[in-house]
Ligand binder design. Sequence first.
Ligand code: SF4
Ligand code: SF4
Length: 422
Amino acid sequence: MALEDYRGDMEMCCRCSTCKFIPMQKVKGAQYVNVCPSIAKYNFHAYSAGGRLNIAAAMLKDGFKYTDKLLDIVYNCQLCGACGVSCNYAMDMEVLQPISEFRLRCVEDGKTNPALDKVIAGLQKQGTMVPGAKGKRGDWATGLKLKDATKEKVDVLYHVGCLTSYDKNMQKLAKATVKILQKAGVNFGIAGNAETCCGGRAYQMGYKEDFLNQAKKNMDMIKKAGIKTLVTGCADGYQAFKVLYDKYNLKGDLEVLHISEYIDKLIKDGKLKLNKKVNLNVTYHDPCRLGRLGEPWIHWEGKKVPGDRFVFDPPKEYRRGTKGVYEPPRDVLKSIPGVKLTEMTRIKEYAWCCGAGGGVNESNPGFARWTARERIEEAGSTGAEAIVTACPWCEKNFSETIKENGSNLKVYDIVELVEKAI
Ligand code: SF4
Ligand code: SF4
């Protein structure tokens, strides 16, 4: 698909601004009504999903004339998908896909963001989205004697991900995951230094070729090793393997599970017992790419029926964000003795982004932190002692924001709490 293929969707936009807020039928109060970090921060219609669609449609019609302001609008969007969920509460049209294609088109036309170029140069050189990463990808596992999934037969490949592999503060998540899988007696392995980036964050930044290169490398390794099931604790990785690889027909029949889904299954199958008390009042943050953007891809081929109405033959099914991974992490938290879960206002498909996606963390860290601050405040308003997430990128952004701004709220990944309970 290319931007041109979404011309009709973009022209459908009636400028109603629903994409900026939780739909009226679902709203619970005025305080946490915003869903789009970009319009909430920049407060000018061009920074909303509708604005972006209007601009892209006009450019398709009148030619691509790039300005610094236009690129500021394009890159200051987390591609979090909340806009599409709100719009699609009432409308049948693609919203996030054309916004993403607009970004891909900018990169294709050489209109890149210098900060993102640097990250991609690192990816090309080192196979990771952690710029300036030191050491080797598998160093965190030194001494753990884990199986090498590229050489030994395993039931599950644990894909660790870039941030968890390389960031010294995040390696605890990989170690916690290992302990949990070992405790449950899972025959798993890692790819160690043979693991490479999933490519998902490169895709969000607009670098489609780099994404495809990574996807092909990963799938070659997975096929060669005969791996049938992949488990990851990274929401970006989950969405890449499960949704994006499928979109580009690269996934085959690989089963892709997020660690929260896998732990939930282990608990429900009686293979993992959580019996140590963890006395903690928590609230749960749905990572965008595990929640609404983790919804399976729907392959559709057909054509628009001629006429003014937006009718397709065969009928087109829209991804509305309701089929993301919402219950498994909540069920896991509820299984931990002593943990009390209190929900925030914006949850599941209406969750507010942590701020770290879409390249914003790298191109405009101030905006990433601003977005996290809003979520931390919302989490604090529940009376919870801790915000629990299920993605290292969220945890890092929340933790760094709290360090900069102060808050009593603690930040955990779900695997850290499960590790405490086993
Ligand atoms: S994208 Fe959808 S919700 Fe936003 S202004 Fe356009 S039609 Fe309305
Ligand atoms: S993807 Fe997220 S940040 Fe971008 S326009 Fe949509 S809601 Fe706003």
